[in-house]
Design a protein around this ligand. Sequence first.
Ligand SMILES: NC(=O)c1ccc[n+]([C@@H]2O[C@H](COP(=O)([O-])OP(=O)(O)OC[C@H]3O[C@@H](n4cnc5c(N)ncnc54)[C@H](OP(=O)(O)O)[C@@H]3O)[C@@H](O)[C@H]2O)c1
Length: 163
Amino acid sequence: MYAIVAVSLNFVISYKNKLPWNIPLDAEFFYSMIRGQNVIIGRKSFENIEIHPENNYYIFSKNKNYEILSNEFNNIKIFHDFQEINSIKNNKEIWICGGRQIYDEFLFSCSTLYLTIIKKFFMGDVFFDKNYENFFYLERNIFENEDIKILIFKNKRLFNISL
Ligand SMILES: NC(=O)c1ccc[n+]([C@@H]2O[C@H](COP(=O)([O-])OP(=O)(O)OC[C@H]3O[C@@H](n4cnc5c(N)ncnc54)[C@H](OP(=O)(O)O)[C@@H]3O)[C@@H](O)[C@H]2O)c1
């Protein structure tokens, strides 16, 4: 299981239910990594992403009446309980795609965290939990330019590194 997130220098991931930045490279990286895979996502984040036919989407909502008005590709399922993630039985990878409530539940079970740092400070109202640094170690920096840096972290517990 993999997690992917982009954070600002002050750990913002969202402001007023949207990404506070518009960096095409960040979006391209996100969509390229999850392409063709199982996308695990909270209801609030789901309402802000592009739906791609080749992905399977599993949306978490506590609302039993929550419905997707258009599911033209028949690739969206709604889960009401976090345990339901165990019912995913296909061979595709599982990607934890946020937001904060979903990271809080699943991040520490992920083997790998793809963390993009947006090299600016932003106003925000949803933040990524800095505690990830205690549970993941930096494996490598895969990309850097003046705007962003993309880092791969591995889970210390799963890779036998003492916490
Ligand atoms: N920067 C990034 O990389 C990044 C990545 C992803 C998302 N985001 C941003 O993060 C923001 C949203 O984050 P968020 O933390 O506010 O919301 P979220 O995690 O996307 O979604 C929260 C929703 O998940 C559902 N949920 C929570 N706990 C649940 C449980 N125990 N069982 C079933 N469903 C449960 C609830 O849906 P109901 O209210 O329907 O019950 C809840 O409102 C968005 O603005 C998005 O743009 C940023």
